[in-house]
Design a protein around this ligand. Structure first.
Ligand code: PMP
Length: 404
């Protein structure tokens, strides 16, 4: 059982007033708020251990390096990776997917080959592949999404061919809330010898993720969506696969030896961490993961599921509501439209009540096109949200409907 009242006191921003009303923050799928321990970790790191990592012989540099590597170990443990060498620090999911699409296609994808993604991907798991597809002349195949917002698994199976090189799909949709059958997707792919990359931006904050148990070959997530700072994220990769990939960016740290004639590259994970890394971000991310561990990811999952079910029930009674995303396996995200009112108007008017929701296409334009809608209103929940806040959301929407 989580003590939500006490948890809320850990997040200073939740005390804010917006237009004289208490903030009701329901935009957690975009980014989460930060507990005091994460804010303190950033300040502590700059006050106590700030020095560039991996290069210095002096005390501070060694200490900063140790802390960054301890953060890597912390992430490894959090996601159940087998070794630290498979945990790369990036700027976030977007950079993780760009790195992967670039280096993986350099190593393994040729003209005429195929990559499978899904119809519910965030732009960050579409566009990086498209950029490489244009450069290398490979093809992108898309798993269709059903009207309920699930992946069409029969269609998925029919997309494989002798030219398939990788499957890259999201674990959980940031628009529909659908939790995809990732174990089955990985099993189907591995049976054909195809590796799987998973966009875990939405899943890691809400459910237990164990990359080894899943058998994921690559798994990406963002620090800021799991109560950590912006500017830090992770790409997990199976070490034996990562070791076969060429670097993504060149510069300091990713090299073994540089001459004007030839440069040799560092081992993983450093080969993929060119330049000064965000070691303060890594240290603060470790603090965020410790915070989540302290609450317990299973307790978080359970509380958030109950809150999402409650919100869905309450919202169902709102006249003219249409939910986008009706999969049985859903978590923490509710997208909807109200008959005759533009999503943007709903978002703007809710904002005046202190309620932060997101409106628009949520960086998933092809998904919106497949539902033939211009966007949705999206409420996304965290463990610090309450039933009272859900009630305020419903009352706010009812008030807006009366106005219209
Ligand atoms: N994938 C999904 C499913 C997301 O929800 C997001 C963020 N909205 C991203 C990728 C991109 O994450 P970031 O902006 O942190 O790189």
């Amino acid at each position: 059982m989580l003590n939500i009242e006490s948890i809320r006191r850990d997040f200073p921003i939740l005390d804010r007033q917006i237009y004289g009303k208490p903030l009701i923050y329901l935009d957690n799928a975009a980014t989460t708020q930060k507990p005091q321990c994460v804010i303190d970790a950033i300040s502590w790191a700059y006050c106590n251990v700030n020095a560039n990592v991996h290069r210095g012989t002096h005390f501070l540099s060694l200490q900063a390096t140790e802390m960054m590597e301890a953060a890597r170990e912390n992430v490894r443990d959090f996601i159940g990776a087998e070794s630290r060498s498979g945990v790369l620090f990036t700027r976030g999911t977007t950079e993780s997917m760009n790195l992967l699409a670039s280096s993986f296609s350099d190593a393994f994808i040729k003209q005429g080959d195929e990559v499978i993604i899904s119809g519910m991907e965030h732009h960050s798991n579409i566009v990086p592949w498209q950029i490489q597809a244009e450069r290398k002349g490979f093809k992108i195949k898309v798993i269709p999404v059903t009207d309920d917002g699930e992946l069409d698994m029969d269609a998925f199976r029919s997309l494989f061919s002798g030219r398939t090189r990788i499957v890259s799909v999201t674990h959980m949709s940031n628009v529909l809330g659908t939790v995809n059958p990732i174990t089955e997707i990985i099993a189907e792919s591995h049976r054909r010898g195809i590796p799987v990359a998973v966009d875990g931006a939405q899943s890691v904050p809400h459910m237990k993720v164990d990359v080894s148990a899943l058998g994921a070959d690559f798994y990406a997530f963002s620090g800021h969506k799991i109560y950590g700072p912006t500017g830090i994220g992770v790409l997990y990769g199976r070490p034996d696969l990562l070791a076969q990939l060429p670097p993504y960016q060149g510069g300091g740290e990713m090299i073994k030896r540089v001459t004007f004639e030839k440069t040799t590259y560092n081992d993983i994970p450093f080969r993929f961490e060119a330049g000064t890394p965000d070691y303060v971000g890594a240290i603060a991310l470790a603090s965020a993961l410790d915070y989540v561990r302290g609450l317990g990811i299973d307790a978080i999952s359970e509380y958030e599921s109950q809150l999402t079910v409650y919100a869905r029930e309450r919202l169902s009674a709102v006249p003219g509501i249409r939910f986008i995303g009706n999969a049985p396996e859903k978590s923490s995200v509710i997208s909807f439209l109200i008959d005759g009112i533009h999503p943007f108007d709903i978002g703007t008017l809710l904002d005046r009540l202190g309620i932060a929701v997101r409106t628009g296409y949520h960086c998933a334009e092809p998904l919106m096109d497949s539902f033939r809608i211009p966007g949705t209103v999206r409420a996304s929940f965290s463990f610090y949200n309450t039933k009272d806040e859900v009630d305020a959301l419903v009352a706010g929407i009812e008030q807006i409907i009366r106005m219209f």
